[in-house]
Ligand binder design. Structure first.
Ligand code: MOS
Length: 750
């Protein structure tokens, strides 16, 4: 535990106390000095290195592998193949619930996608394992792969995303479209994107009999524990997962991936600790991706610009052997008021790994098409695109009819527009130029993301020395959980943050659920807050029932915890320190447990979403078609802000990904071989500093008492959703050209 608990030394900058303060990351110094131990940094004694061999074909079978040649290499200990892999307790192709993804664990010689693991070479050194893998010289029987959205007949999936219906709506869309004075119909294409956090999936697996310790990055340790237990046939409590630091997650580390399980199997096979780290190109296959989509939007409006019909159809892709369906059309469920809405999805099976959650899954892809179509409709109505949105945004969630915090959305539009200077925008496209002759365009996009809550548990302890310990198996992907959750913890037990030891990132701590769905601060924070309340209540019971205490008779409700003291609510001069109470009671410490979950009654009554508006300026070279984003202003309302510095940083990250979605990022699959042609950071473009202008994120004040006890909404994903559309709309405003194929590249502009 000691090696991953953060020191009490305040390495972070202080600007005040606890919730609401812009503390710098408490683990920042550890990270920038290299002292933070990421999974692959560990070197237990006797460590062996494992290297994946992955398929160079996308469909067929592995006819032979030269295992003898690999084993003859000095340093190679073992080659794990379908012939000798350890027995599994569960079929890797079994699927009992939507979050159980089928894994490739060498269960057969068949190949279902490029970069599928086909063997694992285990050696004394990384070099020997790498050379051993190269000596395997696989011979394949190749079949023609299916690639692209037209590769096969489509099917209607049983559900999309994490379990939403594939088709839903209200009203009669066909009649509403027929009756509309203004109609827009357009089809948009978004590309496949592959998960590429800075830190690839890595694992160090150490077996001790039937007990297993793994160092591996995880956004959901308890779920990973359960998955490993099921596959390896050991009780979950025999598995310790340590995941204190992640070099990014974005959804690909939510469910444990196949290569991580292969590392565990390799360690079992050789009876020694094994390290397995994916090479960058191996991220393009077995660890999930965002699937490509083709989305058709049909909108209808009255002559005065009031929307009356939204029809949003998505065709997307999943793997040949499992289902994850990008729920892009669901973006049209919440944002714009329309009496008739229809959303539907269909999918095709292609030879790729199975897609998975990627930052704002569904909303990111869907909002690009929706925001582009809304912009086209505004233009068709002759209206300013912001004025059109102000006229049509929903004040109640259109399909469910539940009210939500639409006042906050209005404030985002207003504050963002004012900061950006939107009022000076020329209505007509293609007419604004800067002093250098570049075409200038301004665009807007609406951002939204659901405010979700999962289940979590936490434990809080107050010690006789006046310090506190708060424990929760939470996950810091880099978003700042070590800091924001510790701020909640400190306020929860009435201490300063530097007096609280915050233990996190390990599976032997209370289950914090998954760091996903932008719900971790609300969920884990809620459990921490509840645990704090429980330990304070116990401490107060000790004091108020003891005649020797100045708090005697005050009753729990009449006592507050602040600054390491309990004090009477009605007379703040009367109180005593935690240490005094525990000393008199003869206790070294006192603990309380707390849990949180979604408030069902509130969820049935209210729609819960964070909102935002993003304003983008682009400049386009009229001869070369080169596009630069020159300004981005986002305004977001996400309930209570625990740490404005971390939150702003999440908004910046989302906005940068939005730029990437609009202009840079796409996986290129060779239609003949089915292989990703740009499985590296030279060819898979993500924005660099030079691509990103100065960013502004406005934190719009919002108090939403319904979402959860602390009033927290998520901030991790929302900022992609408005940004990509805003950039695309700005490109249209600059050039008069509506590019509906993403990313928008030069060849589509000239
Ligand atoms: Mo996120 S895609 O819920 O990690």
């Amino acid at each position: 535990m000691n090696e991953i608990a953060l020191s009490l030394a305040p390495a972070h900058l202080r600007h005040g106390s606890n919730i609401g303060q812009p503390l710098t990351r408490r683990d920042g110094i550890l990270k920038v000095t290299g002292a933070a131990g990421y999974a692959a940094d560990h070197h237990p004694p006797g460590l062996l290195h494992a290297v994946l061999a992955v398929s160079q074909i996308a469909r067929g079978r592995v006819a032979s592998l030269d295992v003898a040649a690999a084993k003859a290499h000095p340093g190679v200990i073992e080659v794990m193949t379908p012939a000798n892999r350890p027995e599994l307790a569960e079929d890797p192709d079994a699927k009992h619930h939507p979050f159980m993804f089928r894994l490739d664990l060498l269960q057969s010689d068949s190949v279902r996608y490029a970069h599928q693991p086909i063997a694992v070479v285990i050696a004394e050194t990384l070099e020997a394992a790498t050379e051993g893998a190269a000596l395997l010289a696989p011979v394949y029987e190749t079949e023609a792969p299916r690639t692209g959205l037209d590769a096969a007949e489509s099917f209607v999936p049983p559900y999309v995303g994490a379990g939403n219906p594939a088709e839903t709506g209200i009203g009669d869309v066909k009649a509403a479209l027929d009756a509309a004075a203004v109609r827009v119909e357009a089809t948009y294409e978004t590309p496949a994107q592959y998960h590429n956090p800075i830190e690839p999936h890595a694992i160090i697996a150490v077996w001790d009999g039937d007990r297993l310790t793994v160092d591996t990055p995880s956004q959901g340790m308890a779920m990973a524990q359960g998955r490993i237990a099921g596959l390896l046939g050991i009780p979950p409590e025999n598995i310790l997962i340590r995941s204190p630091f992640l070099g990014g997650g974005f959804g690909c580390k939510g469910m444990i991936a196949g290569p991580q399980i292969l590392g565990i199997m390799a360690a079992r096979l050789v009876g020694r600790p094994v390290k397995l780290v994916l090479r960058r190109e191996q991220m393009f296959g077995p660890v999930g991706h965002r699937a490509a989509t083709r989305q058709t939007l049909r909108l209808g409006a009255a002559a005065d610009g009031r929307l009356g019909a939204i029809d949003h159809h998505t065709r997307t892709a999943t793997s040949t052997f499992d289902d994850f369906i990008e729920s892009a059309s669901d973006a049209s469920h919440t944002l714009y008021a329309s009496a008739a809405i229809h959303t539907a999805h269909e999918a095709v099976r292609v030879n790729t790994g199975t897609p998975i959650f990627m930052r704002a899954p569904g909303e990111a892809t869907g909002s690009i098409a929706l925001e582009s179509a809304i912009d086209e409709m505004a233009a068709a109505c002759g209206m300013d695109p912001l004025a059109f949105r102000l006229k049509n945004y929903a004040e109640v969630e259109p399909i469910s009819g539940k009210p939500f915090s639409s006042k906050a959305l209005h404030a985002c539009y207003q504050q963002g527009a004012e900061r950006f200077g939107w009022a000076r925008r020329q209505l007509a496209p293609g007419v604004t130029r800067d002093e250098a002759g570049l075409l200038v365009g301004w665009g807007v996009g609406t951002a939204t993301f659901p405010a979700m809550m999962f289940q979590a548990h936490a434990r809080a302890t107050i010690r006789r020395d006046g310090g506190g310990v708060v424990e929760i198996g939470a996950h810091d992907m880099g978003q700042g959980a070590w800091t924001a959750l510790a701020q909640i913890a400190a306020d929860g037990i009435g201490l300063d943050i530097d007096q609280v030891e915050f233990r996190s990132g390990s599976s032997d701590l209370p289950d914090a659920g998954i760091a996903g769905g932008s719900a971790h601060t609300a969920t884990a924070g809620g459990a921490i807050d509840a645990a704090g309340a429980e330990v304070i209540a116990r401490l107060a019971a000790l004091a108020t029932s003891d005649q020797r205490s100045p708090l005697f008779g005050a009753g729990n409700a009449g006592v507050i915890a602040r600054g390491g003291r309990l004090i009477r609510r009605d007379d703040e001069t009367r109180g005593e320190s935690y240490g005094e109470i525990l000393t008199r009671a003869g206790l070294a410490e006192i603990s309380g447990a707390g849990s949180t979950a979604a408030n069902q009654a509130a969820q049935e009554t209210y729609a819960m979403h964070a909102h935002g508006a993003v304003f983008a300026e682009v400049k386009v070279d009229p001869e070369l078609g080169q596009i630069r984003v020159t300004r981005l202003v986002g305004a977001f309302a996400a309930g209570r802000i625990i740490n404005p510095r971390m939150v702003r940083s999440q908004y910046y990250g989302g906005m940068i990904w939005g730029v990437s979605f609009a202009l840079h990022e796409h996986a290129v699959m060779d239609p003949h071989s089915g292989r990703p042609m740009n499985a590296n950071f030279a060819g898979y473009h993500v924005p660099v500093n030079a691509d990103i202008p100065s960013l502004e994120a406005i934190l719009v004040e919002e108090h939403d008492p319904h979402v959860n006890a602390l009033g927290i909404k998520g901030v991790g994903e929302i900022a992609i959703t408005g940004t990509a559309g805003a950039v695309a709309n700005a490109v249209w405003h600059a050039t008069g050209r509506r590019v509906r194929h993403f990313p928008i590249m030069i060849d589509r502009l000239i």
